[in-house]
Design a protein around this ligand. Structure first.
Ligand SMILES: Nc1ncnc2c1ncn2[C@@H]1O[C@H](COP(=O)(O)OP(=O)(O)OP(=O)(O)O)[C@@H](O)[C@H]1O
Length: 969
């Protein structure tokens, strides 16, 4: 009545009309409700007459009225309850049937896989690339591969499946899929990509954005199957690599500075049940395909790759993805928790062929060793040997519980079609032969094989039939669930619902309005569809219970904060949460990552605390050992875990589970370029320690090298997909002992010499306690040398390591020498210019020395300057014209002509001084006796000289040639 009078008090006609209509409507509805079903039927006419009465009252209006009716408090109807219980019974019966079908399907699938073999080997031939000719590998049919050997000989290999070069990713995955399905049935599984480097292992596993590989497809299939299976699963994702025999977590952010703590080592442990556990490996709970894919891409970016002769983005490690699945409400599964490993093995390579050296060689050797260990293990398993050599490599240790009995193993051997790769192809195929079920000498007869194939086909058909039935039942259950939802939400019986939905058939279907409410991206609420004056106030809302009913009906664990859009978009899969995830536990052991992203983390805390009541909480499972460390981080981040609010969910069995949203984990990488696209692969590795420019003693140097070694695997860690700018910034971090270098730019001999010179060099002004400056009057003609503690002698400066020609001049200068002078006397750049001018001007030695003295005053001793000068002149013996003249001569002629060389402009010194110079140099060689810095100096000069001559075509002039002898003669 209040409403009525308020409405009538309105002056506007329209509102009066609406109010009148509403009044009439409510009255009629009340009467209808009182007069039971018949009255409800009359409602339609009543509303239609009202619509006729006021033509501007549209179907939307009618629908709004329907909404109100639906949300009116409904007096307990027994009919309702009967409907509900009937539907529930039906659903239960159908679920039971599905479960029965699941058991049947599981059994059939297992029989099928047993028939196929628990260890299966596929072979995939890479397509020819541009410029490659047809090679010796021919895929005869779907199970035979022909290899053309020398002398017209051929060999046929038989595999469970052969994929020719034209095979698609779809085709490959269809063969892999049964194994993935068996994972949901509780079996452990391993899928390997094996083969020579550059044959397409990563292509098969990772794929491209256009044709995704096995890993993304597996993740998708797992989630799809999980939804279909009618059970709730907890899925966790981990990713690691085995690089040079070390395990590295690919989901943990890398420390950016040396002061950042290193993540704890990954340790392989065996639990009492014989299962393998990797201590400290991060395991992130994922609730849908997209989250898992993001983590996968993140891991791919951190993987170690490098450019090799065979592949520009060669994987230098074994990349291993672990997806663990736990299901608490399916006792018929083989085990409660099981896992699948997806392994992109490092490429096998013949180091002789790849000509790898240094780290590439070590990587190649480590990969080959572990591959051979893997071959041994699978071979032993096939032969059912009593001893399985799991312990021979980290790879087989990690996979121990996923390779044996009750596990499915799939090996995809990749071969190259190239002629030049024949040897590697034979090696790969022999490896495949070794691990496959059907061994030479035990080949099945054609009859047995055809019988087996028929049986497999039969099983396959049965499975497909069951799949269809399941789908049909699932659709039925879905319909019933929808009906049930409507019942509980509206309180109307099924018949009444039908009536009402019929009423609103002029506008959008009634269901749509509610669906829109549930699908958060259309944020329209039922309220917004009402005429404004009919919308409930805050007080009236609580009375009608409209919102409450809507929320509860649509999503039992919906947050009160109404963040519908996010949920509706992301949650497609029932995920269990861990009730024991309480605030005792914390977030991350990667303190460095937390530190680096502290701000982000704190920001996220707020979001997290809101989200905790939602169903889509993601979990990071950490090992117990790090609880204390995690706790501190957790407290720092201010995150609190909330126990699961959904009572139907079972308690978590992981004691050491902490709660963190996967999104937050990904946020730790927010500074990295987008991880949403296909992971770009680049060639950055931390390859070599870059020495600092300061002068160090050999002791200091050793200490630094040792400390660098302590950085362990993180020296080599990839910081992929970073912009050049970021890399440079990283290089400039003070105190950083290691830095990144491009693999395709190895340090040159010159770099190494320059580095060695710098590290050996001790200027007179920088001589430390252990070193004394001696003036060797008698032997070295006034040369100032450094007497090192170990008895070796060093000149005050190491000499140049090459000659350089100035653009505007016609002379060769030893520029590093000039730099050395600059370093030792600590002169400014302007003085430097003067040095070069004076030192190489056509003046005599005395002039030069006096000029130099003039520049440096007391800082540099005359003898020191003289020493520099003499050396520079010795190196600058040959001018450009002479070089050109000698380009026509033989080495012998050059050797003979060297003494006749006219002194260059910088060698205008008198006979006595020339003699002194020669004496100095000769004595220098004698005294150092081919060791120490003088010897290195001599070698460098020889190298410089030889380089120059080699450049002119005198290739037979080696390093042994005594350049100084040539001078004396
Ligand atoms: N089936 C295929 N279809 C199209 N391209 C392929 C196929 N197989 C391989 N490739 C291409 O060959 C190149 C090398 O492949 P990939 O990097 O996957 O080799 P790999 O075996 O993983 O090498 P490595 O062991 O050195 O990491 C890539 O450019 C890849 O796209």
């Amino acid at each position: 009545m209040v409403f009525f009078s308020l409405t009538f008090s309105s002056i506007q006609t329209k509102q009066v009309s609406l109010g009148l209509c509403t009044f009439i409507f409510f009255s009629s509805f009340a009467v209808c409700r009182m007069n039971s079903r018949k009255s409800v039927q009359n409602l339609k006419e009543t509303i239609h007459s009202l619509l006729g009465f006021k033509s501007h009252l549209t179907s939307t209006w009618a629908k709004s009225v329907c909404d109100i009716i639906k949300n009116l408090p409904h007096e307990g109807s027994t009919r309702n309850k009967n409907d509900e219980s009937k539907i529930k019974e039906e659903i239960a019966a159908l679920t039971d049937s599905i479960n029965q079908l699941n058991i049947q399907r599981r059994q059939l699938l297992n029989d099928l896989l047993e028939l196929k073999g628990t260890i299966r080997v596929f072979c995939r031939v890479r397509p020819l690339t541009f410029g490659e000719n047809l090679g010796p590998v021919v895929a005869l049919d779907t199970s035979n591969l022909l290899l053309k050997l020398a002398d017209n000989k051929t060999k046929t290999y038989t595999f469970d499946k052969v994929f020719n070069p034209g095979s698609s990713q779809d085709g490959v995955f269809s063969e892999v899929e049964p194994v993935i399905k068996s994972v949901l049935d509780g079996y452990n599984a391993c899928i390997f990509a094996y083969g020579q480097t550059g044959t397409g292992k990563t292509f098969t596993m990772e794929g491209t954005s256009d044709s995704p590989g096995i890993v993304p497809r597996t993740i998708e299939t797992l989630f799809k199957q999980a939804v279909d299976s009618n059970h709730s699963f907890l899925v966790t994702f981990s990713m690691l690599e085995i690089y040079l025999g070390n395990l590295r977590d690919l989901l943990v952010p890398q420390p950016m500075r040396t002061t950042d703590p290193l993540p704890p080592c990954l340790l392989i442990q065996t639990d009492p049940k014989g299962g393998t556990r990797i201590e400290n490996l991060v395991s992130i709970q994922v609730s849908d395909f997209h989250q898992a894919l993001k983590l996968y891409r993140l891991g791919c970016q951190l993987r170690s790759t490098a450019s090799t002769n065979s592949n520009t983005t060669s994987s230098r490690s074994h990349c291993m993805i672990r997806i663990s699945i736990t299901c608490f409400d399916a006792p018929e599964r083989r085990q409660e928790t099981n896992k699948i490993w997806l392994v992109d093995l490092g490429g096998s390579e013949r180091v002789m062929k790849t000509k790898a050296c240094g780290r590439r060689l070590d990587e190649g050797k480590a990969i080959n060793l572990s591959l051979s260990a893997l071959g041994d293990v699978i071979h032993a398993l096939q032969r059912k040997k009593t001893h399985i050599p799991y312990r021979n490599s980290k790879l087989t240790q990690v996979l121990k519980d996923s390779l044996g009995e009750g596990s499915k193993t799939l090996m995809l051997v990749h071969v190259s079609p190239k002629e030049g790769d024949l040897c590697e192809t034979i090696c790969s195929l022999n490896f495949a032969e070794r691990v496959k079920s059907v061994h030479l000498g035990h080949e099945e007869s054609n009859e047995v094989r055809s019988h087996k194939e028929a049986a497999m086909k039969n099983l396959q058909q049965k499975i497909e039939k069951i799949e269809d039935e399941r789908q049909h039942l699932r659709r039925k259950i879905k319909k019933l669930n929808d009906k049930l939802e409507e019942l509980t939400r509206t309180g109307l019986s099924l018949e009444e619902q039908e009536e009402l939905s019929h009423l609103s058939n002029e506008g959008p279907p009634l269901e749509l309005a509610f669906t829109k409410n549930r699908i958060g991206n259309v944020t329209t609420s039922s309220q917004s569809q009402l005429p404004r004056f009919m919308r409930s106030t805050i007080c009236s809302r609580s009375k009608t219970g409209m919102e409450h009913q809507t929320l509860v009906g649509s999503d039992p664990c919906h947050s009160r904060r109404k963040r519908q859009s996010r949920r509706a978009e992301s949650v497609t899969f029932p995920v269990k949460n861990n009730s024991e995830c309480n605030s005792d536990h914390s977030i991350s052991r990667s303190t460095c990552a937390v530190e680096l992203n502290r701000k982000t983390s704190i920001d996220n805390d707020t979001v997290y605390s809101q989200d905790a009541s939602d169903c889509d909480i993601q979990t990071v499972v950490f090992p117990e050992q790090h609880v204390s460390q995690l706790t501190s981080n957790h407290q720092r981040m201010g995150q609190v875990s909330h126990p699961e609010k959904n009572g139907s969910r079972k308690p978590n069995k992981c004691n050491s589970t902490k709660v963190l949203k996967a999104d937050q984990w990904l946020d730790l990488y927010k500074d990295e370029p987008s991880i949403s696209g296909s992971p770009p692969r680049n060639n950055w590795v931390l390859d070599m320690p870059i020495p600092e420019k300061k002068h160090r003693s050999s002791g200091q140097k050793k200490a630094e090298i040792l400390s660098n070694e302590k950085v362990s695997i993180y020296d080599f860690a990839m910081q992929r997909n970073r912009s050049k700018k970021q890399k440079q910034a990283a290089l400039q971090v003070p105190g950083r002992p290691v830095s990144e270098r491009l693999v395709d730019k190895p340090p040159t001999l010159k770099d190494l010499f320059a580095e060695e010179s710098r590290s050996n060099f001790i200027s007179p002004t920088h001589a430390t306690k252990g070193q004394t400056m001696k003036h060797q009057e008698d032997s070295l003609d006034g040369l100032l040398i450094v007497d090192n503690r170990d008895g070796s002698l060093s000149p005050p400066d190491s000499c140049c390591d090459g000659l350089e020609q100035f653009d505007n001049d016609d002379e060769f200068y030893a520029t590093p020498m000039v730099q050395a002078v600059k370093d030792s006397v600590q002169c400014s750049d302007s003085s430097m210019t003067k040095i070069s001018r004076y030192q190489f001007s056509p003046s005599d030695l005395d002039n030069s020395i006096s000029n130099l003295q003039e520049i440096f005053g007391v800082v540099a001793q005359p003898s020191e300057l003289e020493w520099y000068h003499k050396q520079v002149m010795a190196i600058g013996l040959a001018g450009k014209e002479d070089m050109a003249a000698y380009s026509q001569s033989s080495p012998k002629e050059i050797r003979q002509n060297l003494p006749k060389l006219k002194p260059q402009r910088s060698l205008l010194i008198d006979d006595k001084k020339q003699k002194d110079l020669r004496m100095t140099l000769i004595k220098s060689q004698e005294i150092t006796q081919n060791k120490g810095a003088c010897y290195i100096l001599k070698q460098k000069v020889q190298i410089s000289w030889a380089t120059a001559l080699l450049g002119l075509g005198f290739l037979d002039l080696g390093f042994d040639h005594d350049f100084f002898n040539g001078l004396i003669l």
